[in-house]
Write a protein that binds this ligand. Structure first.
Ligand SMILES: Nc1ncnc2c1ncn2[C@@H]1O[C@H](COP(=O)(O)OP(=O)(O)OP(=O)(O)O)[C@@H](O)[C@H]1O
Ligand SMILES: [Mg+2]
Length: 259
């Protein structure tokens, strides 16, 4: 599908896994930057009260943020990072949203409604989800066309995924019939570790063609880039991290074209 066609709506992708530290934020930024490199217009939304994505892009005290948008105090006004690359940042007050919005009618649809108009402007809107399956994540899934799941190749990582897939199913049945799992990919991969290789094979046999061939290797440049406030292609374009995220983007676009 070509999202650049006139009248086509951009695709909304939630990057989610309720396990902490698996590479959601790193992937939101660098998969997003990869799509920009592929000629797409991309919006990142920081939907985590930890505000790691916002900080990783060196944004402080933003004039527009997703919490104010959810509260209905502001219209979303994406901040330009680079040509074709935009962000709606988060502020830590977003942590209050889970409780404040819980009593609202249609509380699961607040993000979906808030970003509806932006879909005509962007090819892809990427939501960096928090490490939990609460109301923020439910809002993200309700607003999304797809969930893309980064995971580490560890035993416990596998156990967690079932719970998440259960939530995706529920949202699909009750709130958003269009929701799909676009894929699962391994991050922080170390091929020297037998465990990593073993778990990859288990995941592969379990989830079949949902599992991406591309694995994001452990790479120090990926951990350093946020300090510079940059995506990996600007920070170190020759790093393994840049190579892997470009491969991930290419694989995503190949799979999308086939589906
Ligand atoms: N492939 C990688 N190689 C090396 N370091 C990485 C890699 N991916 C992520 N990291 C580092 O691991 C840490 C966790 O990554 P990240 O913040 O992207 O995970 P997360 O899933 O968003 O975490 P949280 O659940 O807290 O939101 C960060 O310090 C990040 O820089
Ligand atoms: Mg994160």
């Amino acid at each position: 599908m070509n999202n650049n066609n006139l009248g086509n709506m951009g695709k909304v992708i939630a990057i989610s896994n309720h396990k902490g530290g698996v590479g959601k934020t790193t992937s939101a930024i660098n998969f997003g930057a990869g799509l920009v490199k592929a000629g797409k217009k991309v919006l990142l939304i920081d939907f985590d009260p930890q505000t790691n994505l916002t900080q990783s892009l060196d944004i402080s005290d933003p004039e527009n943020d997703i919490y104010s948008v959810l509260k209905g105090e502001q219209k979303p006004e994406p901040i330009k990072l680079l040509k074709n690359f935009f962000v709606i940042p988060a502020v830590s007050a977003l942590s209050a949203a889970e409780i404040e919005l819980a009593a609202e009618a249609g509380r699961e649809y607040i993000l979906s409604e808030a970003i509806a108009d932006l879909k005509a402007t962007f090819d892809y809107i990427i939501i960096d989800c928090p490490p939990s399956l609460g109301l923020l994540t439910i809002n993200a899934f309700t607003a999304s066309d797809e969930v893309l799941i980064p995971m580490q190749a560890e035993y416990l990582a596998l156990q967690g995924i079932g719970k998440m897939l259960g939530l995706v199913d529920k949202i699909k049945k009750r709130l958003n019939p269009n929701l799909q799992i676009s894929g699962i990919f391994i991050t922080q991969f170390d091929s020297r570790k037998v465990l990593n290789r073993y778990v990859f094979e288990t995941i592969d046999s379990h989830f079949g063609d949902k599992v991406y061939e591309t694995k994001i290797r452990n790479n120090i440049a990926l951990a350093e880039a946020p300090n510079a406030g940059q995506d990996i292609f600007r920070y170190q374009s020759t790093s393994n991290g840049a190579f892997d995220y470009l491969q991930l983007t290419k694989e995503y676009l190949r799979r999308e074209a086939k589906s």
